[in-house]
Design a protein around this ligand. Sequence first.
Ligand SMILES: [Zn+2]
Length: 164
Amino acid sequence: MYKQIFIEHAKLLKALANPKRLEIIQLLRDQELSVGQIQEMLDLPQANLSQHLQVLRQAQVVTARKEGKNIYYKIAHSNFLHASDLIREILIKRHQNDDLADELVLKMSDLVPLTHDPVCGMRLSPKTAAFALKRKSQTYYFCAEGCLKKFKTQPDRYLKSKQK
Ligand SMILES: [Zn+2]
């Protein structure tokens, strides 16, 4: 048993050992998402994404639920998020003194009140946001590259729909 757990631990880490898969885990932090939603957030080809989800599912990191035509994914156990956060904290600290691109102001270790990704509506804090963008003295946070890209192309579209 003692040895067996190390073997399983190594196997699990192998399933996690991919930047996109680690990003998917962050996106599923507080919510269940459909394949289509994840695809838009990540701006990733569907075939590619399906493969990643398959690996995560086989490793029982995520669970899937079918509803109509859609398959929804969620994190199987919150410890996967805790483990990911702990490692990310170490890595983010290592970058604390780096220069960041002008428009990307991101202190991921800061915790401020929750906000929403203006594009997909995902609940975010600066700690969990992938990107931040300053525009007219306001900072907007984004779940991943797909949403940031969309916002940059048509910011007015998303700012309008936000003020319902
Ligand atoms: Zn988003």
